[in-house]
Design a binder for this molecule. Sequence first.
Ligand code: KG4
Ligand code: ZN
Length: 343
Amino acid sequence: MSALQSSAPLVLGIETSCDETAVGIVRGRTLLANIISSSVEEHARFGGVVPEIASRAHLEAMQSVIAQALATAGVNLADLDAIGVTAGPGLIGALLVGTSAASGLALGLNKPLYGVNHLSSHLAVDVLSDESELKPAIGLLVSGGHSSIIELSDPAKQARVLGATIDDAAGEAFDKIARILELDFPGGPAIDRLAKSGNPHAIEFPRGLAESDYNFSFSGLKTAVSRYLQKSPEVHRADLAASFQEAVVDVLLSKALAACRATGIERLIIAGGVAANSRLRAVAVERCALAGIELRTPPIALCTDNGAMVAAMTSLAVSAGVAPSAVGLEAKSTVPLTEPTWR
Ligand code: KG4
Ligand code: ZN
């Protein structure tokens, strides 16, 4: 470790916005631990996350996940320089478990507390796999609740939203189509797997809002897929999954690359749960190479919800001199991407 790294802030980040109780520890931009306890199996039989169950699972898991993260990183609580926590957007009861735990730690250790935006954190995790200087980038943020195109200049302070979904998020579309196909929950990984044996060009599904700005719409695609299945129930399901996935991937990348061209920014970061999609990653590599755009996709384990991203976002905020949040800070169920941290 260089002298600079050893003096970089040691940050613990807590994520509880949905069904993952997750704690990450970073020193500066080096990842030291990333521990996740998921309650996904407890929700599976309901076909979606049940907020009460998620909150209870966070309470039960919190202490042991923090202890495992500290042990993995080989550090003590007293070594920490700051505590970060997802304070929104997310399920309010779930968020409150995280903000309460983080506030307690910050108060007990007398260390600064940072309430960070879950969405900004998805993009900030990219810095953990990048030694170079922070550069302006276009962010394509695709998760269960959001699909947005963002111009990122200083990730700890500034983000300009160029476009967002006007109806379903990309992940939500994956989850809904998976339900129609009677696949497992969460649907994204299940469609990804099924699509591997299908032909992505078997069915030409609509590309929503293809002609317009940087906004997305996935509800027409969802209707088209479900109508197709009703009319042709004998369709090869893998072809249907692959063709649906292709339509999502095509529209996400077309718009993200159009944003790169329009702004002259030559770097694209794809982040959020849907960034784990194998087809999105493969087509992004091809199209970015053709367009001369530097592509950044976090490792798959850091795309879906995790604590490392919260620690990374917090570390950026500490280094940028952002003021810490108050102990007992407000958890918010919705927060714009333009607010990476709040007091
Ligand atoms: O970022 P994330 O873990 O949680 C939210 O902040 O929402 O994203 C979860 C979403 C779910 O909709 C899930 O189906 C989707 O990401 N997802 C995927 C894949 N892995 C997770 N979608 C497509 N392909 C995948 N491999
Ligand atoms: Zn997320």
